[in-house]
Design a protein around this ligand. Structure first.
Ligand SMILES: [Zn+2]
Length: 398
């Protein structure tokens, strides 16, 4: 590094040349932080160094070009893989389409749009930062033109600003490329599809707990004769937004003749088991009943389009598919064991049990505990040694 960055009088090409060396060094140290953007950024960083070196007749120029070409080949390979993935996702989407349609709630649609909007904002910030960097670099440049390496204290301010400006320019290209790819993949796979995928296939919701929807009555259900759930809910939450109620439903009133505790306990064990999928039967702190077949544990994703867009996790609630909040992020790639949520289960009350109903004949993996003065609780048997052994075996085949 003792060699001067330029010889003789400082020129525009020396600003670009020293910027490119700074940028390439920074990329070597911190390029890994860019994640997938690095694939697009690497050939651009190398080409940005190759151009001034070639124009100035440096012997290192062919080496820069060679590395830039290698980076471009790698980027092309990755793009090819992504292209094949999008085609595969499109083919699966078409072949497994059920032909059924379902209403998707506002939160899921907003969450999906939000992901694209954030990408646009990111790209805009990069473009603005790049422009600002170039303006500063070119306004500092005239004061440095014509000066020697020693005169300028062995460093060029314009070169440093140009390096920052080039970094933002390259990032802007990478972000725009990634965003365009995302939008393209989403349009190919079908934006408004709900995917039902087995839980534990390396995609997990962005939060580690299971999203329960127990104790709820949909607003349509509250129109049934004698139902007091909606007026009772309004009495408890006078400021609740009507739009929100339409989508989320309301907590069932304990005293409702149609959805209250007495109604739950009037059902015969058989009637109760047949209705086990009904939200209002269950205490709001209880887990929702869990299906017995493990492959029936499903993750619902809205708008899945492969790695380009992993989809917004949604769940069925009050007769509608929706995300919990409009700001829910897309599912993330996870280890199979982490992809099954369900850590935050509350313990059911120890006393006051009216009866216990085995739900296994109805296709669930546990029992319902009915309470004299409360809604029912679902409880699956604790995961025993046999089941955790299975997990280990699946994780590390021996
Ligand atoms: Zn009711």
């Amino acid at each position: 590094m003792d060699d001067p960055s330029w010889y003789g009088a400082f020129r525009l090409i020396d600003m670009i040349g020293s910027a490119s060396i700074l940028l390439a060094s920074a990329f070597c140290l911190a390029g890994w932080m860019l994640g997938r953007y690095a694939v697009v950024a690497a050939p651009l960083v190398l080409a940005f160094a190759a151009v001034p070196h070639a124009l100035d007749g440096y012997t290192s120029a062919p080496v820069w070009w060679l590395w830039a070409a290698a980076g471009a080949v790698l980027a092309a390979v990755v793009a090819g893989q992504s292209w094949r993935e999008v085609r595969a996702v499109r083919a699966v989407a078409r072949s497994s389409a059920t032909g059924l349609s379902i209403t998707v709630g506002r939160n899921a649609v907003l969450a999906s749009k939000r992901v694209v909007r954030r990408g646009r904002i990111k790209a805009l910030v990069m473009v603005v930062a790049a422009c600002a960097g170039w303006v500063v670099a070119f306004s500092v440049l005239p004061s440095e033109l014509g000066r020697t390496y020693e005169e300028m204290g062995q460093e060029s301010s314009s070169g440093m600003f140009a390096a920052a400006a080039a970094a933002f320019s390259i990032l802007a290209v990478a972000v725009l490329a990634s965003l365009s790819w995302q939008v393209f993949a989403m349009s190919r796979a079908g934006r408004s599809r709900v995917w039902e995928i087995p839980a534990g296939v390396e995609l997990a919701p962005p939060w580690p707990f299971e999203d329960k929807a127990t104790g709820l009555v949909s607003v349509q259900e509250t129109t049934s004769a004698g139902c007091i759930c909606l007026p009772e809910f309004r009495r408890s939450f006078p400021d609740a937004d009507s739009h929100f109620l339409d989508e989320e439903g309301v907590y069932a009133s304990d005293y409702c003749p149609g959805h209250g505790i007495d109604r739950i306990n009037e059902f015969s064990a058989h009637e109760f088991a047949a209705r086990a999928g009904t939200s209002w039967l269950w205490d709001e702190r209880s887990d929702a009943p869990e299906r017995a077949r493990p492959d029936a544990r499903r993750l619902l994703l809205y708008g899945y389009a492969g790695r380009a867009f992993t989809g917004i996790p949604v769940r069925e609630r009050a007769g509608l598919i929706d995300a919990s909040f409009p700001w829910v992020g897309p599912a993330h790639e996870a280890e199979a064991a982490d992809a099954v949520p369900g850590w935050d289960s509350a313990q059911r009350p120890a006393s006051g049990v009216l009866d216990v109903i085995d739900l296994r004949p109805a296709g669930y993996a546990g029992s319902a505990f009915r309470y004299r003065h409360g809604r029912a609780w679902f409880e699956a048997p604790q995961i025993g040694a046999s089941e955790s052994d299975q997990y280990d075996r699946r994780g590390c085949p021996s």
